[in-house]
Design a binder for this molecule. Structure first.
Ligand code: ZN
Length: 167
């Protein structure tokens, strides 16, 4: 029994992110976040995410969480490439940045955020509303009108505030 378990663990890690992609294509739940045919009405908030690599903006794509052909959108998604994460959910629950990156189907850790990687032995600089975030960036709660900046530096930039007047 014990040896069976040992064999199962590397097999699971070897398939990596492929299951997430397959779930996305089928519109199946990811981290308990469903892909529904219409936007949820219980909670509608927005968080602004910016990524920088040595002072240059690295994009957050449009249509994250809106898989083409699936006919649904995940509760946590983007519409355009402005870095605004839309949380439109039929439940009152706090989502976190790690869940958004899982739906994006890319990496988030202290060392890497999508294509932005810290230098060997270093970590990315993460701020939430300008304050340094030193814990795992995956645990950052997605709250309304917050500014999340993740970057590899130097140089370090402060980013820009979203135009919250419309959101
Ligand atoms: Zn929205």
């Amino acid at each position: 029994m014990f040896s069976v378990l040992l064999l199962a663990v590397p097999a699971l890690s070897a398939i990596g992110q492929a299951p997430v992609r397959a779930q996305m294509l089928a519109g199946l739940a990811i981290d308990g976040i469903r892909c529904d045919v219409s936007e949820g009405a219980v909670q509608h908030i927005h968080t602004h995410l910016q990524l920088f690599d040595r002072g240059r903006a690295a994009g957050v794509p449009e249509q994250i969480g809106i898989p083409a052909g699936a006919g649904c959108l995940y509760w946590v998604h983007t519409h355009s490439n402005d870095g605004i994460i839309h949380i439109e959910a039929p439940v009152a629950r706090t989502f976190n940045l790690g869940q958004f990156f899982d739906i994006w189907d890319t990496s988030l850790s202290r060392m890497q955020a999508d294509g932005v990687r810290a230098r060997r032995g270093g970590t990315l600089r993460v701020t939430v509303n300008g304050r340094l975030w030193t814990r795992d960036p995956r645990s950052i709660p997605l709250r309304d009108h917050e500014e999340i900046v993740i970057q590899n530096g130097p140089p370090y930039v402060s980013g820009h505030r979203a135009d919250w007047s419309k959101l």
